[in-house]
Write a protein that binds this ligand. Structure first.
Ligand SMILES: O=C(O)CCC(=O)C(=O)O
Length: 282
């Protein structure tokens, strides 16, 4: 009998703990807040996936806008040839040289993009990571990234912060998958926790990519994981996180909207490119 009531008490306690956990999850969902586990994942791994942050209707509208801009070649655009990445056409005049890689100045292109970039679903997560008064940079990323089937290049391992100039290399980028992203169409690869690594200059090449011929780097690169995304998922990642991506080996263009945010007190260095355009408070 004593054993039976002890078992009942344990079951009761487990049930109550489960209910509290469920209520807490509901609380975080209703207020669109990151859970302590998500915050911990971002701070230790340097990235976090927010599933289904945008719905399929929104993604379809952005794809339609992007396809129109690609068709009309609406400036500003960065072309594959401009990247000089492995696999890119040698010049804009070469075959495929004017294949768009980035539709730049995304938020200035349409309120459809600007409103989402400042919208509550994304902003509430960003404010938890960056604090109140976080700002969207119009200089960095702020684009619709396209990876087209016939001409797409490979992006080596890099930290976005390498060319950015802020008081601290602690910005957060939000990568919205407008279609499913897989290894076949060139989804991102990341080195989890690498935003915290100390890297010495001899590990990097002249363009500040991780050198593949370094034994030390080969041990680091063995830790790479791919980040496949479903349409509407958002990947948040730290500006110091090493990431890379392959080519698109499918018949369909991959499109992603990518935006970058900083904390209110993490000012761009005056006179630098990072300070060259107005920022938008979210
Ligand atoms: O899709 C890719 O090739 C990666 C792009 C990238 O890593 C970047 O622009 O920082």
């Amino acid at each position: 009998m004593g054993e039976f009531s002890a078992t009942v008490s344990v079951v009761h306690l487990v049930l109550r703990a489960t209910m509290v956990h469920t209520y807490l999850l509901d609380f975080f969902t209703i207020f669109a807040m990151l859970t302590p586990e998500q915050l911990d994942h971002f701070s230790t791994k340097g990235y976090l996936i927010l599933p289904a942050l945008a719905d399929s209707g929104y993604c379809a509208s952005v794809i339609a806008l992007a396809e129109q801009a690609l068709l009309a070649d609406t400036a500003p655009i960065e072309y594959e040839a401009d990247t000089r990445y492995p696999g890119a056409p040698a010049s804009r005049d070469a075959e495929g040289g004017r294949t768009a890689r980035r539709l730049l100045q995304a938020v200035a292109r349409s309120p459809l993009l600007a409103d989402w970039a400042k919208g509550e679903s994304l902003a509430s997560a960003l404010k938890q990571l960056l604090g109140a008064g976080a700002r969207l940079s119009q200089v960095h990323h702020n684009c619709i990234m396209t990876k087209q089937p016939r001409f797409s290049s490979l992006t080596g391992w890099h930290r976005d912060s390498r060319y950015w100039q802020f008081a601290r290399a602690e910005l957060v980028s939000a990568w919205l998958a407008l279609r499913n992203e897989t290894l076949e169409n060139g989804c991102l690869l990341v080195l989890p926790g690498s935003h915290l690594w100390t890297i010495t200059p001899d590990q990097l090449d002249a363009a500040l990519f991780l050198r593949a011929d370094s034994m030390q780097n080969q041990r680091l690169l063995a830790q790479a994981v791919s980040v496949p995304l479903r349409q509407g998922d958002v990947l948040l990642f730290h500006s110091n996180l090493f990431h890379a991506a392959g080519c698109n080996q499918t018949a369909q263009t991959k499109l992603s909207m990518v935006l970058t945010y900083r904390a209110a007190d993490n000012l761009p260095v005056p006179g630098s490119r990072s300070a060259s355009l107005d920022e938008i408070e979210i």
